[in-house]
Design a binder for this molecule. Sequence first.
Ligand code: ZN
Length: 141
Amino acid sequence: MNQRKEISKSLKCLLLKNGIEIWKESERLEALKNSLINLQNHFFVVIDEDEINTAEIAGIFSAKTMAEYTKRKNGEFKCVYGKWHGKFEKCYCDETEIKEYRKIKPSVPDTQTKNLSPNDKEKVFEEMRENLKKKLGWNNS
Ligand SMILES: [Zn+2]
């Protein structure tokens, strides 16, 4: 019985300065990367049907980086809560956070923080905000 030898290889993108994206198996681009390190003179590399001037190479990027690059190119942006928003979209994450916060802990701010000093109160709120962000899967990066 013939076992299928098709392995899904991870792809990487060779991005050219003119915006052209060339997606190849990462092992192949790894070899190219090694020949680009300490490059003194530019040369042409042949990758399948393409001939590329190394002077035109912007970089070799992972699929994750390219996904972000494409989003930004299309006008999308990542807000301070780490969520992506469309070009003409406004970020309402702050309001969402407050709404979610009220849903989860309706009466906590008054009952638990009533007798605290303003500084301690702020600390409690900050902790709650951090917990909520974790719960919602948000991050600040
Ligand atoms: Zn947002």
